[in-house]
Design a protein around this ligand. Structure first.
Ligand code: FES
Length: 107
């Protein structure tokens, strides 16, 4: 289990414990994290699982592939340099303490 910290657009912080081996989006949906819609269920076709990953974790994640880069152009809240799609982030022990900001809107 690892701990993930979520910062809502209004600044409210919540934390949850999550199993590794699943995507960040799956952990969010299972825990009913407000602000992660994940309309496509992880098929990389909706961009409603947008998060902004705080350092030092942003630099530790594998580089986005072309498909994720393309979908990041369709986020409802404009993408930032640290924007990622949470369905493409796979949880590992190295991500214990992962902190992500949730965008103001996903649609
Ligand atoms: S859940 Fe649809 S792109 Fe991530």
């Amino acid at each position: 289990m690892i701990t993930i910290h979520w910062i809502a657009a209004d600044g409210r912080a919540t934390s949850l414990q999550a199993e590794t081996g699943q995507s960040l989006m799956q952990a969010a949906v299972a825990a009913n994290v407000a602000g992660i819609e994940a309309d496509c269920g992880g098929l990389l076709t909706c961009a409603t699982c947008h998060v902004q990953v705080r350092e030092p974790f942003a630099a530790q994640l594998p580089v986005t592939d072309g498909d994720e880069q393309g979908m990041l152009d369709f986020t409802a809240t404009p993408r930032q340099a640290n924007s990622r799609l949470s369905c493409q982030i796979w949880l590992t022990d190295a991500l214990d303490g992962l902190t992500v900001d949730l965008p103001a809107k996903q649609h």
